[in-house]
Design a protein. Structure first.
Length: 295
């Protein structure tokens, strides 16, 4: 190897070093720590560690509350994906028209502004809106002649209230991405379809939706992974209540590791969540490779 080649290789490794250091600090080391904690019993006062094998795994996987949180999380995911991706697609179709520029800019700003707002701030505002006695929503519900609704105190309704906040907060991001994908559909395809007398519905089903299907798959995966990690809004709005009606997997992990003083159980639940996220990503790649149309 020549001197110039060695210098170029050295420079390349130097440029890659910050990325490897960040990967080690924020991914590799926490993952190794979680794997170690999952088979240890840690005394938080004395910091004494005892090897317990798979006892933490047996405890978490045998805990009904853990599977309740998984059920809540997947209900949240299914509804938020429908709301964010499905609703984002419908609104993007509505905006994919020839509007005056100022109207289009206003709509984009109106939908995207909540995305830029802090989730904690948004959650606090919605908590006041959802208040049973003094909330604005119940004020209008009573004006219509109905009884007050326990938006956050009713176990059958609370999870849907949190989903509503998530969709209101994030749908603007999905609208912008889908709208950009729709505007990337080749005009020649659309014009050729119009010349052939293709109806608007057929054009959407046969041309536009298949063309943007990779983007839709990415957004579904993105929303699913985000739903698996939901924590902030639930923590602020309901703190997992009433009971465990809105508790998510991440909240279970947090409560076991810090509130209950069982870092081993928290590590196990984190590893289970990592496996589920990995399966979701693997499914995305499989669908993208074997099912989606190729251009």
């Amino acid at each position: 190897m020549s001197v110039l080649s060695r210098r170029e290789a050295r420079a390349g490794y130097l440029f890659l070093t910050p990325a490897y250091v960040l990967y080690a600090l924020f991914i590799a080391l926490p993952l190794a720590a979680a794997l170690a904690l999952s088979v240890l019993d840690l005394d938080r006062l004395t910091l004494d560690m005892t090897y317990v094998g798979f006892r933490n795994y047996d405890w978490v996987l045998g805990d009904p509350r853990f599977w309740t949180t998984f059920r809540n999380t997947f209900l949240f995911i299914s509804m938020s994906v429908i709301g964010n991706v499905g609703g984002g697609l419908l609104l993007a179709v509505f905006m994919d028209r020839k509007y005056p520029k100022f109207i289009l800019y206003f709509l984009r700003l109106a939908y995207f502004l909540p995305v830029l707002t802090s989730l904690a701030f948004v959650s606090f505002i919605w908590k006041f809106l959802f208040a049973t006695d003094l909330g604005i929503l119940n004020y209008y519900v009573q004006l219509l002649g109905f009884e007050k609704i326990g938006w956050l105190s009713n176990g059958d309704i609370a999870i849907y209230s949190i989903i509503l906040v998530d969709v209101w907060k994030n749908i603007g991001f999905f609208i912008i991405i889908i709208l950009a994908a729709l505007q990337g559909v080749p005009k020649s395809l659309i014009e050729a379809a119009k010349i052939d007398g293709v109806t608007e519905w057929t054009m959407w089903i046969r041309i536009k939706i298949p063309f943007i299907s990779p983007v839709l798959l990415f957004l579904v995966t993105y929303a699913t992974i985000g739903g698996l990690q939901v924590f902030d809004s639930i923590r602020i709005l309901t703190n997992g209540g009433p009971g465990d009606a809105t508790r998510s997997v991440v909240m279970y992990m947090f409560s076991e590791a810090f509130s209950a003083g069982e870092p081993g159980a928290g590590a196990v639940s984190a590893l289970v969540l990592l496996v589920v996220i990995s399966l979701v990503v693997a499914a995305q790649f499989a669908i993208a490779y074997f099912i989606l149309p190729r251009r």
